[in-house]
Ligand binder design. Sequence first.
Ligand SMILES: C[S@@+](CC[C@H](N)C(=O)[O-])C[C@H]1O[C@@H](n2cnc3c(N)ncnc32)[C@H](O)[C@@H]1O
Length: 349
Amino acid sequence: METTRLETPPDPSKIMQIGMGFFASKTLLSAVELGVFEILGAGPLTGQTLRNRLGLHERGAADFLDALVALGLLRRDRDGPGAHYANTPDTAAFLDPASPLYLGGILKMANNRLYRQWSSLTEALHTGRPQSEVTQRGDGDTFAALYADPRRLAEFLEAMAAVQQANFIALADRFDFDRFTTICDAGGASGALSIAIARRHISATCISYDLPAVTDLARKRIAAAGLGERITARSGNFLTEDLPHADVITMGNILHDWGTEIKEQLIRKAYAALPEGGAFIAIENIIDDARRQNAAGLLMSLNMLIETPEGYDYTFAQFNGWCRSAGFTSTEIIPLAGSASAAIAWKSR
Ligand SMILES: C[S@@+](CC[C@H](N)C(=O)[O-])C[C@H]1O[C@@H](n2cnc3c(N)ncnc32)[C@H](O)[C@@H]1O
């Protein structure tokens, strides 16, 4: 007997949405660059006033602002010249620099660096070579290249804190740091993870360990959080030195910066710095083992191709293999915010 096959007709909408997604992406990035959400933080404005404040030519201004409305990134109360534009609850919370939840730092860096660098993705795919500032240097030192300009350094640290904030808060909530006394966040940047842990766990003492270029900014941020007594910003180089001893060693978006050899070296250094019963925690966009689902993790890995000479993101199975080779006896994974997870390795538990 013949069966009727019900086939879904092909649908171009996903292809077009992804393929032309940079229209919407760049509209948002320009809005952040221009300060649209910051200006509207003080209250709604008419299109004319907003245009004047932003210094926009009249030709694109209405389309730009109304595109933001249609994308759900601004509200507009009426139609026509008397209408007022305002932030949505989400843009007020996350894109107004006056908000404690501000995460515009990552979008500023996306606008100023990544957007342009990603236009050379095809070149990176052909050559395997990065397309970032490090390309100009002979020594392949990603962070020296990035930090050569103090403004770029400050922007990078803002971006890192923005992108990881929700993950750090989730980790401080979901991992029982109360069982431990000392935590060392290796590659701690401006101290955001140490701050999240110290706020949530009043007995924790943290070391935020990073390159000397970062130490002053970290100290300022830690002092501004009122946690100078419990968090030390320590300068060091985890490629050339041992890690400080601590009950828990964390690394947020560190392993993905490096090739396999340095990844394994850093995991061995974490093992050596921990006591029996200690934990090593990597906070990253851990890719699902079948490499089919975590698109954000796979795209982040392509971002590492663009940004670094050898870096790549990895699966939990890979993490488990590296950690067990280093001597860790068990591993587990805790989902954090969005596409990120905490991959945890225990030293004899
Ligand atoms: C991708 S950022 C991640 C920052 C932060 N852990 C997070 O999750 O947002 C990498 C960090 O590693 C630091 N780093 C790079 N090379 C380092 C080294 N050799 N020793 C210590 N820290 C280093 C950088 O300065 C930067 O803060």
